[in-house]
Structures are given as structure tokens and as C-alpha cells.
Design a protein around this ligand. Structure first.
Ligand code: ZN
Length: 329
């Protein structure tokens, strides 16, 4: 009997030591997003990832429905991440085919919490409530998501998703629009004013980064992105956005710098939206996915979301402000 009592006291002692040791951990986790003013006085929100997973970053790519050619884009995205050495362990979760009924969706339950980063290449039917709830809980609990191109078209009416993505492919009445003017200031446009979502023909266009962010370390301020669709007039709540990069919209566009890459904190998590990356069904050219700038930024964004650091080097053939650079087909 005395041995049992000894063990119980020993357990209590261990618990007390652990509790004291954990105090600073919880104190750090309680920190709220930092704010510092942007040049135009608008608030700037940032949430640096606070975890350093051991081993390769675990990435889950969501696909299976998209008005774009997801059967080609998803393998292209996987290939780009695999080109970053051994940094990423990549799984793919393919949803039921378009038009699936409730029974068809019953078994599709991606295990978001098994991953450091969830990449969405999905633009299709609304997910079941259980999957939406799981995705919200994953991000709220510190998960990271990367929303690619038409994935920002998805899920009209899923207000939490629209909050996380901030600017989406919606009509002009849906929400605010942001652009950057010639002075580099962010301009916020009211719903109903100016254009809604659209794009001109595909061409080569320069991307400019707007923040000293780890994903841009060592890169030129502006580089030529290879032939792609340039989204303009994206709409949404656009709250707590850190606007990372823009593109000047000319041909068939708006004549201003349109948001291209941004982050939004959601709970303890972070959602990054990344608008380049168009590939239509039947389209032959894959220039956007072969662009060295796109490839580098995709790798670096996944790494930063997962670890808060960027170790992916700047390739020697990174595009310049004047000249595009693509890897061979
Ligand atoms: Zn597109």
C-alpha cells in the first residue's frame, strides 16, 4: 500500500512540474495577431506560423472537381512541390465527381488535421456540412491552407470560407474590392462600385511583391510571370488581409495593380490565396505552371505556411522584370 501512495505523490509532482513548464507555451499561443500600420494607414495583420514540424512538410491537395482541368493541374502542382527536394510529403484527396448526391459524398472525409498544409485545387459542388465544419476547425485550430486560382471561385454562401479567402470570384455587389494605386497605396472600393470578377486574355505579366516577406527573400521586386490569366475585380469581406503581391492588369483588364497573393489569419490558422495558375480543359499551353517564378513561390509558400521559414533557394533562372523564364515541357 505505501508504494501506491508514493506513486500517487510522484505523479502529482510530475504533473505540477509539467504544468509549470507549459505556462510559457500557453502564454505564447495566446498572443493575438500583430498589427502595424501600412503606408496608407490601413491595418496590417500577420500571423507567423508557430510550429516547426519534424521531417518533411505534410501536404494534402484537395481536387476532383473544377471548371479548370484539375486532372492536369493537380499532377502539375504535385510535380512542382516534388521538385523542391525532400521537403514535402504529398497526399491527394479526390472528391466525388461533379453532380454526386449525398450518398456519393458520404465517404469523402479528408483528414485535414493529419497535415501541415492543405492545398485546394477544388472548385465544384459545396462540401457536406461535416467536411466544412472539419475544415473550419482545422484552420481555427492552427491549420494552414493555400487556395489556388479557381479555388477562390468556390463555395458561394459558405461565409466562413469567404471570410478566410477574403477576395473571391464574385460579382461586384458581393463585397469590397481592393487594388493598389500608382503610389503603392491600397484602395478599398465599395460593393457595387467598379468591376466585379473577370479577366482579359492570357499574356505574360509582371508580378510585384509588396511586403518584406520570407517567401520573397532574395527575389527581385518585380518579375515576369509567364502567360496566364490575370484575375481582376475580386470581391469579398477582405478583412485582416496582408497583401503580399500584385499584378498590373493591362490587356482587357483594369489598368491598376490587382491583388495576386495574400494571407488572412483565421482563428489560430492562416489562409494564403494565390491567384495565378490557369489551365483550361483542352488548353495546350502550360506556361503558367512552367514559370520559374510560379514554381518557386508555390514551393516557398507551402514551406512558409508549414514552418514559418523559407529554405527553398532562388533558382539561377528566376525571371527578371523584363524576361520570363519557364522550365521545358
Ligand atoms: Zn482560370
Amino acid at each position: 500500500m505505501p508504494r501506491k501512495i508514493d506513486r500517487r505523490w510522484f505523479s502529482l509532482l510530475v504533473a505540477a512540474v509539467v504544468a509549470v513548464a507549459l505556462v510559457p507555451v500557453f502564454a505564447v499561443q495566446d498572443e493575438r495577431p500583430t498589427r502595424r500600420p501600412q503606408p496608407n494607414g490601413q491595418p496590417r495583420f500577420e500571423r507567423a506560423p508557430d510550429t516547426q514540424p519534424a521531417g518533411p512538410t505534410r501536404v494534402l491537395i484537395l481536387t476532383g472537381q473544377n471548371n479548370h482541368d484539375w486532372e492536369r493541374t493537380t499532377p502539375l502542382i504535385i510535380g512542382i512541390l516534388e521538385d523542391a527536394g525532400d521537403r514535402f510529403d504529398i497526399d491527394t484527396s479526390t472528391s466525388p465527381a461533379g453532380g454526386a448526391d449525398d450518398a456519393g459524398w458520404a465517404d469523402w472525409r479528408p483528414r485535414f488535421s493529419d497535415y501541415d498544409v492543405v492545398v485546394s485545387d477544388y472548385n465544384g459542388q459545396m462540401w457536406p456540412a461535416e467536411v466544412r465544419d472539419a475544415f473550419e476547425a482545422y484552420i481555427d485550430g492552427g491549420g494552414k491552407a493555400l487556395i489556388l486560382h479557381a479555388a477562390n471561385n468556390a463555395f458561394t454562401g459558405w461565409t466562413e470560407y469567404e471570410q478566410m479567402v477574403g477576395l473571391l470570384w464574385r460579382n461586384a455587389d458581393f463585397g469590397d474590392r481592393l487594388y493598389v494605386d500608382a503610389e503603392g497605396d491600397i484602395v478599398r472600393v465599395e460593393p457595387g462600385q467598379g468591376p466585379g470578377a473577370g479577366h482579359g486574355p492570357q499574356y505574360d505579366w509582371p508580378i510585384t511583391h509588396r511586403e518584406d516577406h520570407p517567401i520573397f527573400e532574395g527575389l527581385p521586386t518585380t518579375w515576369m510571370h509567364a502567360r496566364d490569366e490575370l484575375y481582376h475585380g475580386q470581391r469579398g469581406p477582405a478583412e485582416d488581409m496582408t497583401l503580399l503581391a500584385t499584378a498590373y492588369s493591362t490587356t482587357g483588364g483594369t489598368g491598376v495593380h490587382e491583388p495576386m497573393i495574400w494571407t488572412i489569419p483565421y482563428g489560430d490558422g492562416t489562409v494564403m490565396t494565390f491567384l495565378p495558375g490557369h489551365l483550361w480543359r483542352g488548353q495546350r499551353e502550360t506556361d503558367a505552371f512552367r514559370c520559374v517564378g510560379y514554381r518557386t513561390l508555390l514551393q516557398r509558400s507551402c514551406e512558409w505556411l508549414a514552418t514559418g521559414e523559407v529554405t527553398v533557394p532562388v533558382p539561377d533562372d528566376f525571371p527578371t522584370a523584363e524576361e520570363r523564364s519557364v522550365v521545358p515541357e
